[in-house]
Design a protein around this ligand. Structure first.
Ligand code: SF4
Ligand code: SF4
Length: 380
């Protein structure tokens, strides 16, 4: 189909607007992530230097503790007790899951900094190669299941094999209490292994766009699995579609949009690049209720941002945002982090005695050792 000059201009403007709108949202979340990172580094430095605390710990840092948050989620579902060690991590996990359930996997393409990095690496890839290289289908399909296997590993370990006692033992453990500081020590300064692993992943994501998101990220697998249940889907009007395939060429998830009437793929992360690329107005849309309720990019961006703003604000007001660990306790942890109780070798929590370490149990008991007892079954 030949486009008129005016229409072509409008189309390009639309692409610019939507692309930049998503970019603005992504960059805003990245800026927020960097601010949180810097604030946490300053907080940790004050602790290590024994200085007065002028920069407080940002609760948002718990977004980087997804496994701890998954354990908190399981514990909450079993007991109704909301984690007080890393509550913000659980809040952010719940918001991300809810967004995926209602609005598809928008977290990946509108919020996650790795999604933004993937976008830019893909741009660089296209500049260098002139087209998008991708793995052949016979490799792509099995590799895509890798991230689900990684997720399955964690789900089995946490949701099947751990009972309430074991979950509480981990949540209250000295290791989990300082998991944020441990993570910081892991990345700053990074070990040579960390640098090599990150470089290999970046290289692979440059050579094969979205390698990390498509094949390995267990968080993406969790959100992708939930997003299949979302009422919102990309829908194509077959009456007006010309079959030009611009949508499929634009899709970073390699979905054959031009062949689907409704995109049901777990890989679709609602970036709406296909909608922006379609030259025929109203042919493609992210919509629910069989196409009767469509969600343009502006509304989608507002919905995702609002979900995070309202969710975190409600958690603050309800007292589910700030950790129960006091600054005094953090100082105590910093002083004794070499103690064997802070180790967490291959997923095993070593025996520990909070009382001996001078730590207060957030369940209410003061410094007293946890009873050594046989693990109880979850249904008990
Ligand atoms: S189908 Fe459309 S919205 Fe989904 S990932 Fe592909 S381009 Fe993005
Ligand atoms: S949906 Fe739009 S971009 Fe995709 S094939 Fe049809 S006309 Fe082309």
């Amino acid at each position: 189909m030949k486009l008129s000059g005016v229409r072509e201009k409008r189309w390009l403007q639309t692409i610019w607007w939507h692309t930049s709108l998503r970019a603005v949202v992504q960059w805003s979340f990245l800026a927020l992530t960097l601010l949180i990172g810097i604030q946490f580094i300053l907080f940790a430095r004050q602790l290590e230097q024994g200085a007065a605390i002028s920069v407080r710990r940002p609760p948002g840092v718990e977004a980087f503790l997804p496994i701890s948050s998954l354990m908190s989620l399981r514990h909450w579902l079993l007991t109704g007790v909301f984690n007080r060690i890393h509550p913000a991590g659980l809040v952010l996990l719940l918001i991300s899951c809810l967004v995926s359930l209602l609005l598809k996997r928008g977290f990946c393409s509108w919020v996650c900094p790795f999604g933004l990095l993937g976008d830019y690496l893909e741009k660089a890839h296209r500049l260098l190669f002139g087209l998008r290289l991708s793995l052949p289908r016979f490799l792509d399909y099995p590799l895509r299941s890798l991230k689900y296997l990684v997720l399955l590993f964690f789900v089995r370990a946490i949701f099947v094999r751990m009972d309430v006692y074991q979950l509480e033992r981990f949540i209250e453990s000295p290791y989990n209490r300082v998991a944020d500081l441990m993570m910081l020590r892991f990345f700053a300064p990074p070990s040579s292994t960390t640098v090599v692993v990150l470089a290999v992943l970046m290289g692979l994501t440059f050579l094969i766009p979205f390698f990390w998101c498509r094949y390995l990220c267990p968080y993406g697998a969790l959100l992708g699995g939930l997003s299949v249940l979302s009422p919102f889907k990309i829908r194509r009007n077959t009456d007006t579609c010309t079959g030009c395939e611009e949508c499929s060429r634009a899709c970073p998830a390699r979905v054959a949009v031009h062949r689907a009437q409704t995109v049901r793929s777990d890989e679709c992360h609602a970036c709406q690049r296909c909608v922006d690329a379609c030259p025929i107005d109203g042919t493609l849309a992210l919509s629910a209720l069989d196409g009767r309720l469509s969600m343009p990019s502006r509304a989608y961006a507002a919905a995702v941002v609002l979900a995070f703003l309202l969710g975190t604000s409600a958690a603050r007001v309800g007292g589910y945002w700030h950790s129960a660990i006091s600054e005094q306790e953090y100082r105590l942890h910093i002083a004794q982090m070499q103690h064997p109780a802070y180790r967490h070798n291959r997923g095993t929590v070593p025996d520990y005695d909070l009382g001996e370490l001078g730590i207060e149990d957030t369940n209410g008991a003061t410094s007293c050792p946890r009873p050594r007892q046989e693990p109880r079954r979850a249904e008990d």
